[in-house]
Design a protein around this ligand. Structure first.
Ligand code: KG4
Ligand code: ZN
Length: 343
């Protein structure tokens, strides 16, 4: 089976081809121009998807040495994401399916991330404790099979990636915050400033807005409002912030490991590119003698390989979808393998 996957939920247009279970192409076009606006501008994002989608599909097919007639299944992200951005990939994917008379599978972007460990040579084994950390989501999940995802905890306010982005902005480091903070933190002392680690009623729940406020208060108190932060102080400040985010995430994952008997651990989503977090999650796996799968960087951020993989799996599980299906910008993490997407 040859599967074409399309991802366009935010600021990456991506097209992937999986052929006979092997990933043959995973092209990603990142819209770097949003950097100068300090965040993603939805209309500009939609327009950029529109311009690049056709050449990207052509390039992906040629990289996979296939043509459209060889494609048996088309999958595209249906949500969550920016509505205008989603509509480009989704409409294009559906139109292709319609014209080629091939099946179409709409994919939940978060499910794409959850199963992205399966894109690796050495795959996770069920049940898996999955930590999803992206710009829009922070979730701790017990994934028992391809069809059973139990949500243990989520964030009550900001997502982990959002915290990186917001703190980066307030420190004047720019967007996207994750890589900027990681880079600045690399020579800093993570123990230098003690920021609070939030505790919630749900032992697996997360909250990052208090941490963001704590960084703001620290900066205001130390440097006064409106004055810039001395460059020399930024490494310790960013390292301490980053370490607090990592501590919060790892603490909850460890609680879950004590409670649930899992075979493996997986860390996915854009923030899974963070080296400090990867190291901490790896150490946790070593401590509890678990297998760990953290996808390569290219599969951590938004990509179509994960959409093609998840769509293919749903199709193989017998799920069929109508071409009348909708886009779901606010698709929640309560509707995994969502009925909303099912025919
Ligand atoms: O999964 P993703 O590409 O898009 C969403 O679905 O949200 O995640 C993007 C998020 C952004 O918030 C970005 O700042 C964060 O991932 N990120 C990182 C790193 N690289 C990207 N956060 C921390 N450290 C990084 N190295
Ligand atoms: Zn994502």
């Amino acid at each position: 089976m040859n599967v074409l996957g399309i991802e366009s939920s935010c600021d990456e247009t991506s097209v992937a081809v999986i052929s006979e279970g092997k990933l043959k192409a995973n092209l990603i076009s990142s819209q770097d121009f949003h950097t100068k606006y300090g965040g993603v501008v939805p209309e500009l994002s939609s327009r950029a998807h529109l311009q690049i989608i056709v050449p990207l599909v052509k390039d992906a097919l040629s990289k996979a040495e296939l043509n459209l007639d060889n494609i048996d299944l088309i999958c595209a992200t249906a949500g969550p994401g920016l509505i205008g951005a989603l509509l480009v990939g989704l409409t294009f994917g559906k139109s292709l399916a319609f014209s080629l008379n091939k099946p179409f599978v709409p994919v939940n972007h978060i499910e794409g991330h959850i199963f992205s460990g399966f894109l690796m040579e050495d795959k996770p084994e069920f049940p898996i404790l999955v930590l999803v950390v992206s710009g829009g989501h922070t979730l701790l999940l017990l994934v028992k099979s391809d069809e059973e995802i139990i949500k243990l905890g989520t964030t009550v306010d900001d997502a982990a990636g959002e915290a990186f982005d917001k703190v980066s902005k307030l420190l004047g480091l720019g967007y996207p915050g994750g890589p900027k903070i990681q880079n600045m933190a690399k020579d800093g002392d993570p123990e230098k400033i003690k920021f609070p680690v939030s505790t919630l009623k749900n032992p697996y729940g997360f909250s990052f807005s208090g941490l963001k406020t704590a960084v703001l208060r620290y900066v205001q108190k130390k440097y006064g409002e409106g004055t810039s932060i001395p460059q020399n102080d930024l490494p310790d400040l960013t390292a301490s912030f980053q370490a607090t985010v990592v501590k919060t995430l790892i603490r909850n994952a460890e609680k879950a490991l004590k409670e649930f008997d899992v075979k493996s651990l997986s860390l996915v989503g854009g923030v899974a590119a963070n080296k400090a977090l990867r190291n901490a999650y790896e150490n946790l796996a070593i401590k509890y003698h678990k297998k760990i799968v953290i996808p390569d960087f290219v599969f951590c951020g938004d990509n179509a390989a994960m959409i093609a993989y998840r769509g293919m799996k749903l199709y193989q599980l017998g799920r069929r979808y109508s071409l009348n299906s909708n886009a779901y910008p606010g698709l929640s993490s309560d509707s995994f393998i969502t009925n909303a997407l099912t025919k």
